[in-house]
Design a protein around this ligand. Structure first.
Ligand code: HEC
Ligand code: HEC
Length: 366
């Protein structure tokens, strides 16, 4: 009930402010001419580009958690005003992450799609009996439409730097600066993909906008923070990687690396790590090396024989390297990691696999 009422409150606020036309602090250019938009480019920015608008507005702007954008209802000025200074649940996107030209392109794209398509289901639905913090995240504020029902990535980000509430708050209110500062501390050589200098691998923009404290009060953020702490704030920043130790396709020897990719001297230590590599059907283990090797046993869960290792603790920036030699080359090889501390109530297993050509071979980003 509380949720429904809050939702209504938000929409009352939207209507009230929307009627005055312009929100406080809005910087829409007065009388500026809209850049000519290119619909094909707009489709790229919206669908495949550096944005995550589709998480809330649907892959073709048909609407989901957010309203429909298709149909050419919004002028460039209205569209831009909303993106730069949204009135309720959406974060604000500054020019650095979405340019006026890109906005004009999106407007041109939405004008090419007829209105009236059925809105999509929410990307992250609200589970039955969700606690208050999760309700905030999924349905009231909406962060989880991007971050998923258990906030895996923010918990992971917190672990990278042992983030506290002040870290969290800055990531929400001043995200586009805080995130770049966060990334600057990350050791890219430990990450799964080839790095870009100022952004995550594969893109150079920030996908989450900035929330305004006047629309998303700190007290609400504190409730979400308490919920994240309850699930287990720090999701270990372990990365597993399997690479052939001899030339493929004949490789029978593989290297298994387990890396704590958190920021050295700052991020969390993970304790009581169990690493398992499943042996493909019909393949046996010839030999294995590495500290903490436990031998091979049958795992019901993996439905396979698994080679296992135990790592007492792995501090931020450290790695452990193991090897396995098999009786025959493996086309796929999969591993899992679980850990004892920090304890978590969700997302308690990390999977990794043999890196194919250009493959990620480990956990990825958001
Ligand atoms: C967290 C979900 C979310 C994300 C991500 C999001 N939006 Fe929104 N958007 C909304 C919601 C919800 C509304 C309705 C008003 C409100 O609650 O802010 C909205 C409203 C809008 C509006 C105004 C629509 C109208 O009819 O007046 C525009 C334009 C818009 N969004 C564009 C975008 C673009 C472009 C992006 C990506 C850069 C984006 N949105 C990302 C949730 C989101
Ligand atoms: C448009 C999708 C989207 C929405 C909505 C969103 N985030 Fe994010 N968030 C991201 C992405 C993507 C990143 C990684 C960097 C970036 O912004 O590109 C991120 C990063 C973060 C981080 C930094 C740690 C990390 O690397 O994950 C925190 C903390 C965070 N978000 C919390 C929140 C909270 C709290 C909300 C709601 C108030 C929210 N986010 C809403 C997409 C989103």
């Amino acid at each position: 009930m509380r949720r429904v009422m809050l939702g209504v409150g938000v929409f009352v606020a939207v209507t009230a402010i929307a009627q005055t036309g312009v929100g406080a602090g809005q910087t829409a250019p007065q009388g500026a001419t809209a850049p000519a938009g290119d619909a094909a480019a707009g489709k790229l920015h919206y669908t495949f580009g550096n944005t995550s608008c589709t998480n809330c507005h649907g892959v073709e702007g048909q609407g989901a958690f957010g309203p429909a954008l298709a149909g050419g209802r919004l002028t460039f000025e209205r569209f831009r005003a909303y993106v730069r200074n949204p009135l309720a649940r959406m974060p604000a996107y500054p020019e650095s992450e979405l340019t006026d030209q890109e906005i004009a392109d999106m407007v041109a794209y939405f004008a090419t799609i007829p209105a009236g398509a059925k809105p999509l289901a929410w990307r992250t639905p609200l589970p039955e009996g969700a606690p208050r913090g999760q309700q905030l995240a999924i349905s009231i504020v909406g962060c989880a439409q991007c971050h998923g029902a258990t906030f895996e990535t923010p918990r992971h980000g917190a672990a990278e730097v042992s983030g506290d509430f002040d870290w969290f708050k800055r990531q929400v209110y001043d995200h586009t600066n805080a995130m770049r500062e966060h990334w600057a501390q990350i050791d890219r050589s430990l990450q799964p993909l080839t790095p870009l200098p100022s952004g995550p691998p594969g893109r150079n923009r920030i996908r989450m906008g900035n929330y305004s404290p006047s629309r998303l009060p700190e007290a609400t953020l504190k409730e979400m923070w308490a919920w994240m702490n309850d699930i287990g704030l720090y999701l270990p920043v372990l990365r597993g990687r399997i690479t052939p130790a001899e030339p493929t396709p004949a490789a029978r020897a593989y290297t298994v690396e387990v890396i704590n990719t958190a920021v050295k001297g700052k991020g969390i230590t993970t304790e009581g790590i169990t690493v398992q590599v499943a042996l493909p059907a019909g393949v046996t283990l010839v030999s294995a090396t590495g500290n903490g090797y436990q031998g091979v046993h049958h795992s019901e869960e993996a439905k396979a024989d698994v080679a296992a290792w135990k790592i007492p603790s792995l501090v931020a920036g450290d790695r452990q390297v193991f090897t396995v030699t098999l009786s025959a080359p493996a086309s796929t090889l999969k591993g899992t990691m679980t850990w004892a501390k920090p304890a978590v109530k969700a997302d308690g297993e990390i999977e990794f696999a043999l890196a194919g050509p250009g493959g990620r071979g480990g956990r990825g980003g958001v």
